[in-house]
Design a protein around this ligand. Structure first.
Ligand SMILES: Cc1cc2nc3c(=O)[nH]c(=O)nc-3n(C[C@H](O)[C@H](O)[C@H](O)COP(=O)(O)OP(=O)(O)OC[C@H]3O[C@@H](n4cnc5c(N)ncnc54)[C@H](O)[C@@H]3O)c2cc1C
Length: 406
């Protein structure tokens, strides 16, 4: 069995790989190298409770810092791996040091996509991916502050909800015609826009940022001929997967590091897990790169189990959640434009599910304050079940009772 497992990236996927290695009885050397200075932590609270000042830092840690000592997991934090030599089975740090490995797990995640328009580097223009990002501006989310959010995706909207709750004057600027454009049906997008507008958020769609202006820090966001005043700007326009290490080492990369259902890359001794991977997803019927906690944890586990010889294929239905105001959105499966959308429940009561059918089969569900639909939809989606749209539309019929039509 391998002696040294090197994990590059101390996020949830990397942390979980180490945890499961030890849980599975691996007693060799486990090293996690991470360029942030924190033990592996959960990012979702960064745009929710932690941003709101309602959750302490320690609550985000995957495990308490002492855990790693007790489990003899070596943490090398604030350190960065800059190259991998596959032939020599070594990884090189950016200061020139190197570390030998028997098996390598790439858990490098993603970095924020940045804007390059004029003024984009002005103080006061921020992003949201790390604890350090939030620490730089959380205190500025105070009553009366004018917050401009660039990007109406999940992160932008979650920040909008938190900032509104803290009494800020919030403007969301979205380049596309609808918020959450890529991921939910137009009816769900419009529902979220109504909710945010009802809470006082100004949402401007088809409004792309062209510049930021200000003297010593940002004062305005410029979108063509329009100008929006801002004391603070938070940009949430997606991430870019960190694939460079893999690519430079000659591993297969295609919108993520290409892995199989056991998270193996094109090199049998190198695994990749989490946001940085492009992996097979049988329930989706193809390959995908996914940015979700569940995916990061499940792939982290799959890599560890494969390393210790207890391989379990990772083929679960993708899922994700988003909290905004009193709305818990839980999403299973992946929808596409052109899917037939069936709404069950009541949008007016803020309790409904948008169900997506493709060729009559249930492929995705967005459950809004409908926890049971979320839970019960997973099986139907995994089985690619054909369901009766009329019964599906009846919220009094539990999803689990929707016997497959064929
Ligand atoms: C604000 C926010 C809110 C979110 N909310 C949700 C949610 O509600 N639900 C949900 O399911 N998901 C959510 N996500 C997504 C989820 O957090 C990610 O899918 C998950 O964190 C991915 O984990 P990961 O370990 O793959 O990658 P990451 O978390 O990106 O971790 C990778 C780590 O590796 C480090 N690294 C990269 N390259 C190197 C290198 N060469 N050397 C050393 N270190 C390196 C990176 O700096 C980073 O620390 C959210 C994400 C964010 C940012």
């Amino acid at each position: 069995m391998a002696n040294t497992i090197l994990i590059v990236g101390a996020g949830e996927a990397g942390g979980q790989s180490a945890i499961v290695l030890r849980q599975s009885g691996f007693d060799g050397r486990v090293v996690i190298v991470g360029d942030e200075t924190y033990v592996p932590y959960e990012r979702p609270p960064l745009s929710k409770a932690y941003l709101a000042g309602e959750a302490p830092l320690e609550k985000m840690f995957l495990r308490a810092p002492e855990f790693y000592d007790t489990q003899k997991i070596e943490l090398m934090l604030g350190r960065r791996i800059s190259a991998i030599d596959r032939g020599a089975r070594t990884a090189r740090f950016d200061n020139g040091d190197s570390l030998a490995f028997d098996k390598l797990v790439l858990a490098t995640g993603g970095r924020v996509r940045t804007l390059s328009c004029p003024g984009a580097t002005l103080p006061g223009v921020h992003y949201l991916r790390t604890i350090a990002d939030v620490a730089a501006y959380r205190e500025r989310l105070a009553a009366g502050a004018r917050i401009a959010i660039v990007g109406g995706g999940y992160i932008g909207l979650e920040v909008a909800a938190v900032a509104t709750k803290r009494g800020c004057a919030v403007t969301v600027l979205e380049a596309l015609p609808l918020v959450l454009n890529r991921v939910v049906a137009p009816e769900v997008s419009r529902f979220y826009m109504d909710v945010h507008r009802g809470a006082g958020v100004a949402i401007h769609t088809e409004t792309a940022v062209t510049a930021f202006t200000g003297t010593s820090r940002v004062e305005h966001v410029i979108c063509g001929n329009s100008r929006f005043p801002a004391d603070l700007v938070i940009v949430g326009i997606g991430i870019v997967p960190n694939v460079e290490l893999a690519k430079d080492a000659g591993l297969a990369v295609d919108n993520g590091i290409v892995v199989d259902e056991f998270t193996r890359t094109s090199d049998p001794d190198i695994y990749a897990v989490g946001d940085c991977t492009n992996h097979p997803s049988p329930s989706v019927g193809g390959r995908l790169r996914l940015e979700s906690v569940h995916n990061a944890l499940a792939q982290g586990k799959a890599a560890a189990l494969h390393i210790v010889g207890k391989a379990e294929a990772y083929n679960e239905v993708p899922w994700f959640w988003s909290d905004q105001y009193d709305l818990k959105l839980q999403m299973t499966g992946i929808s596409k434009p052109g899917d037939t959308v069936v709404i069950r429940g009541s949008m007016a009561d803020r309790k409904f599910s948008a169900c997506y059918l493709r060729d009559g089969r249930l492929v995705a569900v967005n459950a809004i304050n409908m926890a049971k639909d979320f839970i019960q939809s997973k099986k139907l989606i995994a089985a690619r079940s054909v369901v009766d749209p009329l019964r599906l539309a009846d919220a009094s019929v539990p999803l689990k009772d929707l016997a497959p039509v064929a």
